[in-house]
Design a protein around this ligand. Structure first.
Ligand SMILES: [Zn+2]
Length: 355
């Protein structure tokens, strides 16, 4: 288990919080959701008022009180109804723990529960958020019983696929990528992936976005100076409004992985929009401004993080991981390795750095 720095103050508190969430054995996208919930950064009405995106803070589902993160996930009648239904199948804690204890309510809540309830609560909140979005932006036709079935199935399939995934990262591993061949590379002239300097981790990110479906997935791979994979991660995001949003979400996924590595990071994207969007400090009214704020806040928690724009051809591994995620509608995380169908691309990159 890696200690995420020992600096004092807010950043340290944020790292402690991130550790609690990172330990949860849930897909990366759900972990990211939990992080947003815990840092009060979900796009609830009160936050939209803060960012001048609306003037009405009232919950548009129940109209009873302002929609804070706590309201949306815990006290709104819709969220309560889901919790009630989930209680039929999972042994959730007593209703009294779902109390507002202050801005850190989620941290306080997660701190007092053990796995698997810890994860189940995160799954349930994630689905409550989905139901809320479905009511506001979608058709609002999702049935509560379907939601319960969905989280149960998702939970079962995720925990059976990842029985041994430890959410702990070793960056001391000495193993090289399997199947490495030392041959002359014919494509040296192309722009290829470059290994980072010693002690620096390079994180490549990419998104798959399908316009016709307005859906996306993201892929992340982090490698060291020898080209060895430290971690790979992929998430099927589902609904996504633009290619730019998809690329930005891929970058966020890369930053979230970066926080856990406790090393200087070079994050590479082949999307020039993301590189330029994050380079300036302007917080305009772009629909992507919340994601930008999130990215800038995450970067502050890291030792040193540089984002750079690279050529597509140097980003094949991340591209293939995102594509794999989209094709299979799958989420996952692998320590020291990548999905099998992507292994050849990792080998290609290694041959490039060795030749
Ligand atoms: Zn409400």
């Amino acid at each position: 288990m890696i200690e995420l720095g020992s600096s004092s103050g807010a950043a340290n508190g944020e790292r402690r919080l991130w550790n609690i969430i990172w330990k949860a054995r849930v897909p990366q996208k759900i972990r990211i959701f939990a992080w947003r919930a815990a840092t009060q950064s979900l796009a609830v009405q009160v936050n939209r008022v803060k960012h001048h995106q609306t003037t009405i803070g009232l919950c548009s589902i129940c109209g009873v009180e302002d929609e804070s993160v706590f309201h949306a996930l815990v006290s709104c009648p819709k969220a309560r109804a889901l919790r009630l239904a989930v209680r039929e199948v999972w042994n959730l804690l007593d209703e009294v723990v779902f109390n507002f204890t202050g801005p850190n309510w989620l941290l306080v809540l997660l701190d007092q529960v053990r796995p698997p309830v810890h994860e189940q609560i995160i799954f349930m909140f994630w689905r409550a958020w989905h139901l809320r979005n479905d009511l506001i932006f979608g058709k609002g036709k999702e049935k509560m019983s379907d939601s319960v079935r969905f989280i149960q199935n998702y939970w079962t399939s995720f925990s059976s696929c990842h029985p041994n995934v430890k959410m702990e990262i070793s960056i001391k591993g000495k193993e090289r990528v399997d199947g490495l061949n030392f041959t002359n590379d014919m494509r040296k002239n192309l722009v290829t992936w470059q290994a980072p300097a010693t002690e620096i981790i390079k994180t490549n990110v990419d998104a798959s976005y399908v316009e016709a479906l307005r859906a996306a997935s993201v892929g992340v791979v982090a490698r060291n100076h020898t080209g060895e994979v430290i971690i790979s991660s992929w998430d099927y995001i589902g609904v996504c409004n633009s290619a730019e949003e998809a690329e930005l979400r891929a970058t966020l996924a890369g930053l979230y992985i970066g926080i856990t590595l406790h090393k200087a990071i070079i994050l590479e994207t082949d999307c020039s929009f993301v590189a330029s969007f994050l380079r300036n400090d302007l917080l305009d009214r772009s629909p992507l401004v919340d994601l930008k704020i999130e990215a800038l806040n995450l970067a502050k928690m890291m030792i040193n993080c540089k984002i750079s724009k690279i050529n597509r051809t140097a980003n094949r591994v991340a591209h293939e991981i995102a594509k794999f995620s989209f094709d299979n509608r799958s989420d996952g995380v692998l320590l020291n390795s990548v999905p099998p169908c992507v292994a050849d691309f990792v080998t290609d990159d290694c041959m490039n750095i060795l030749s």
